[in-house]
Design a protein around this ligand. Structure first.
Ligand SMILES: N[C@@H](CCC(=O)N[C@@H](CS)C(=O)NCC(=O)O)C(=O)O
Ligand SMILES: [Fe+2]
Length: 370
């Protein structure tokens, strides 16, 4: 049995429908908003009941139809936990299994294109999203991407699968539909036979232009492709502050950071990050200020090193107090610095009460326990 492969020509994206032949329960991977009607027609034509929509990552080039499909069909939305898609019903961790009828699909965390990216294994098929492409791989230069993580995901996770496993990519820009692990392991132009250093240098030299629709589509994909309601719009606006560039919600900070517009600096101590959790890819630079000490040379230099000219700086602490002090200092150093409202935790007891929105970790944004 094979997956149904569907193509969106505008973004060269592949969507996949898998189903259980007996129960007719189905799931869909990486559906595209502009193809909603076609996908609903495919489900009808095959007599399928959609139970899951799945994303391989938060897309930067097209809008997902997951939220709309869920509304039309009653399917549940599932996403990789590290992608910041707060609206999904299920946040998947590495190794999680989704059932549809008698069939099972397993999530494999394959970071690199983005920190949260996942591939999905079903029988002897693997859906690799923008991790492994045919004779290529996803770019690693924005959205918390990492060429080192990509190398590991390709060589240690995906190439460790049996050679006959069919590879179904998230995109192909040259009209190819699928490949196999054996073929990619032996001949993939970007990674086969390369050392980590050679691979990282290849990826750094790609020099691809940013996806044209990135700024428009990323925030929408962080809410399953459903455009924001009034409250969400508000959370995407900068609130004026004095002494620094402004206050922003964790969601807006995350969007800026993932699109490469801003550097995210966590000013908590190592102990705090270890105790409650951290944001993979954030710069760790503790803000230590004692009474009577009005400068902090290590911090100043650290900030200068971390924030390239022209980029915004978003500052995270535990509850949004230290990050204000740090934002004021960064402003004195000439940076465009924003404080993240309610920090990483906010006040967990007040979450959802008295108008409190909660900190970073209450919004389905990427974070991990140490
Ligand atoms: N040109 C496309 C973007 C192409 C692109 O950057 N694709 C991403 C996947 S979202 C990628 O990883 N490409 C790898 C490559 O082209 O080698 C657009 O403007 O939307
Ligand atoms: Fe992508």
């Amino acid at each position: 049995m094979k997956p149904i492969q569907l193509f969106d020509p505008a973004s060269c994206s592949y969507t996949y429908v898998l189903f259980d032949e007996t129960s007719r329960e189905a799931l869909i991977i990486d559906p595209v908003d502009e193809q909603l009607e076609r996908d609903l027609a495919v489900l009808r034509e095959y007599g399928l009941r959609l139970v899951w929509t799945l994303e391989t990552h938060a897309h930067a080039d097209h809008i997902t139809s997951a939220g709309q499909l869920a509304e039309h069909t009653g399917a549940k939305t599932a996403v990789p936990a590290g992608c910041g898609i707060a609206t999904a019903a299920v946040q998947l961790a590495d190794g999680d299994v989704l059932n549809f009828g008698q069939e099972q699909l397993r999530a494999l965390h394959t970071p690199g294109h983005t920190a949260g990216s996942m591939s999905y294994l079903w029988r002897d098929h693997v859906f690799t999203g923008d991790t492994l492409l045919i004779d290529g791989c996803g770019r690693c230069d924005f959205q918390s991407g990492s060429a080192e993580a990509m190398y590991h995901s390709l060589t240690q996770v995906l190439f460790a699968l049996p050679g006959q496993t069919t590879v179904w990519p998230g995109h192909d820009y040259h009209g190819r539909s699928h490949s196999t692990i054996a073929v990619e392991r032996a001949g993939n132009a970007r990674v086969a036979g390369k050392t980590l250093a050679q691979f990282v240098s290849t990826m750094e030299q790609l020099g691809l232009p940013k996806p044209k629709r990135m700024n428009e589509v990323l925030p929408v994909n962080l809410s399953s492709g459903i455009r924001h309601d009034a409250d969400a719009v508000l959370s995407m606006q900068v609130q004026l502050a004095s002494g620094y560039a402004g206050d922003v919600s964790p969601q807006l900070a995350c969007q800026w950071w993932q699109s490469g517009e801003a550097v995210l600096v966590d000013v908590r101590t190592d102990a705090e990050r270890e105790w409650v959790g951290f944001v993979p890819g954030a710069v760790a630079l503790a803000w230590k200020q004692w009474p009577g000490m009005d400068f902090n040379p290590g911090f100043d230099q650290g900030l200068k090193d971390a924030v390239p000219a022209g980029k915004k700086l978003v500052l995270l602490c535990r509850s949004g107090v230290r990050s204000i002090a740090a934002a004021k200092r960064a402003t004195e150093l000439g940076l465009q610095a924003y404080n993240i409202l309610e920090g990483f935790e906010g006040d967990p007891d007040a979450h959802g009460q008295r108008g409190r929105k909660g900190g970073w970790r209450f919004h389905g944004l990427p974070w991990r326990q140490a």
